[in-house]
Design a binder for this molecule. Sequence first.
Ligand SMILES: [Fe+2]
Ligand SMILES: [Fe+2]
Length: 199
Amino acid sequence: MDAIDILMNEHRHIERVIDVLERSVAYGRGGGDVSPVLFERAAHFLLTFVDGSHDAKEGEVFQAITSRGLPLGEGVLAALSGQHVLGRELAEELREMVRAVMRGEKEREEMYALAERYVRLHRGHTEVEEGRFFPLVRRLLPVDVMERVRAKFARIEAAHGSLAEAADALELAFPLPATAPRWVNGGRTHQPWGGRGAP
Ligand SMILES: [Fe+2]
Ligand SMILES: [Fe+2]
C-alpha cells in the first residue's frame, strides 16, 4: 500500500461520516429529530481527522511535488490547497453554529445549510483528487519519494489517532436513519437519534 492507497482508503472512511452528515440533514429537514450533538461530533471529526490528519498528509504530498519543482497542470494543486483551507473554515463555522443552535441562538436550518455546503465541497474535492491529482502524483513522484511521504503519514497518524476508528465510532453512535421519518412507526415520527448524546 503506497501513500496514495492510504489517502484513497481514508477517503472511503471520511465518506462514511459525510454520508451520516448528509442523511442527518435530510432527516432533520424531513421532520426527524436529529440531535445537534451529531453535528458537533461530525465537526470535531472534520477538524481533527480530515483537516488535522488527512489534509495534513496530502500537504506532505503537495510539499513533495513543489519541492521537486514539478509542474502541475491547470493549477490543480493550488485549487486543492485552497479547498483544504475552505473546508477547515467551514468545519470551524459548523462547530460554532452547533454551539449557537444549542444555546437557542440559531435555527437548525442554518446548521443544516452549513453541513450541506461542507458535503458538497468535500465530494467535489475528493473527485478531483482521485480523478486528476492522485494519478498525476503517481506519475511524477518516484518510489523512494513516495516511501518517504508514507513515513511522514505514519507520524501524522500517530499524533491524531486512527481516522478509520474515529469514523467507526461516529457511525456507530449515530446509525443512519430511515429516509422518510414521518412514515416510520405507523405514522409516528421515529427518532433514532433524538437524545442520543456523546458517549
Ligand atoms: Fe484533499
Ligand atoms: Fe483527500
